[in-house]
Design a binder for this molecule. Structure first.
Ligand code: HEM
Length: 218
C-alpha cells in the first residue's frame, strides 16, 4: 500500500463505519450489563429465567461460546484494513464464523425445543444459516461484492441477540418476553434487521437518480 493511501483523509464511508461500529459496541456493552451481568447476579425480575438458564446450561455453554465467536468476529471481518493486511486470518476467522453460526443455530433450536419459542427460533436459525451459507459460497466463488452483502445480512441476524435484549430492563417488555417475544417477536426482530441492512446496502440507489442509462437499459 502506498504512503499516500495510508495518509489519505477519512472518506465519509469510513467515517460512517467508525460511527456504526462504535454505536454497535456501546449498545452491546449496555446489553451485556443490563441482561447478562444482571442475570448472573440474580436480579429479581430475571430470577425465574435464571433458573431456566441454569437448567439449560449443557446446551447454553456451547451456544454462548459459539454465539460470542460470531458476535466478536464481525468487527474484525468487516474491517477493510484488516482484510487487506491479513487475508489468511480473515479466511480462517470466516470459517470459524460459519462453524459458530451452525453450532449456535442448532443449540438455539435445541434450547427452544418443547417451548412456545420454537417456531420463531427455528425461523431465526434458518435465516442465520442461509445468509451465512450464501456468504460462504459467494466468498468461495470470489464474488466479493455479493459476499460482503450476505455477510452484512448474516451479521444482522447475529446482532438480533443484542437488539432483542435492549429493552429487557423495562418490566412491560420483560414480562411479555415469555409469550409474545418468544412466539413472534424473534421473527419480527430478524425480519426488521434484514430489511434495515438491505435498505443500507441499496442506500445509494435509493437516494441517487441515475442520469445516463447505458445503451440498451431503460
Ligand atoms: C450473538 C449471537 C448469540 C449469543 C452470544 C447468544 C447467547 C445466548 C445467551 C448468553 C443466552 C442465555 C442468556 C440470555 O438469554 O440472555 C441465550 C439464550 C438463548 N438463545 Fe442465544 N445467543 C446468540 C444468538 C442466538 C440465535 C441467533 C438464536 C436462534 C437460533 C438463539 C437462541 C437462543 C434461545 C432459544 C435461548 C433461550 C435459552 C433458554 O431458554 O434457556 N441465540 N443465548
Amino acid at each position: 500500500m502506498s504512503t499516500s493511501t495510508l495518509l489519505a483523509p477519512k472518506t465519509s464511508g469510513s467515517r460512517f463505519k467508525v460511527i456504526l461500529w462504535t454505536s454497535l459496541g456501546l449498545i452491546t456493552l449496555f446489553v451485556f450489563i443490563t441482561s447478562e451481568v444482571m442475570l448472573v447476579t440474580d436480579y429479581p425480575m430475571y430470577h425465574a429465567y435464571r433458573l431456566q438458564v441454569i437448567a439449560d446450561r449443557h446446551l447454553l455453554i456451547p451456544h454462548t461460546l459459539s454465539g460470542l465467536v460470531a458476535l466478536l468476529a464481525g468487527p474484525v471481518q468487516f474491517s477493510t484494513r484488516f482484510r487487506q493486511r491479513h487475508l489468511t486470518i480473515h479466511r480462517l476467522l470466516g470459517r470459524f464464523y460459519v462453524l459458530s453460526v451452525f453450532i449456535g443455530s442448532f443449540t438455539g433450536i435445541a434450547l427452544a425445543a418443547g417451548r412456545p419459542g420454537l417456531p420463531g427460533t427455528s425461523m431465526q436459525a434458518a435465516a442465520w444459516m442461509v445468509c451465512t451459507t450464501a456468504a460462504f459460497i459467494t466468498a468461495r466463488n470470489r464474488q466479493i461484492k455479493v459476499h460482503r452483502q450476505w455477510m452484512a445480512r448474516s451479521y444482522a441476524v447475529t446482532f438480533t441477540f443484542v437488539s432483542s435484549r435492549i429493552l429487557n430492563l423495562w418490566p412491560a417488555y420483560w414480562s411479555h418476553l415469555g409469550d409474545v417475544l418468544a412466539a413472534v417477536g424473534v421473527i419480527a426482530f430478524t425480519l426488521a434487521s434484514l430489511l434495515i441492512v438491505d435498505l443500507g446496502l441499496n442506500w445509494h440507489e435509493l437516494t441517487t437518480r441515475r442520469e445516463n442509462s447505458p445503451a440498451g437499459e431503460r
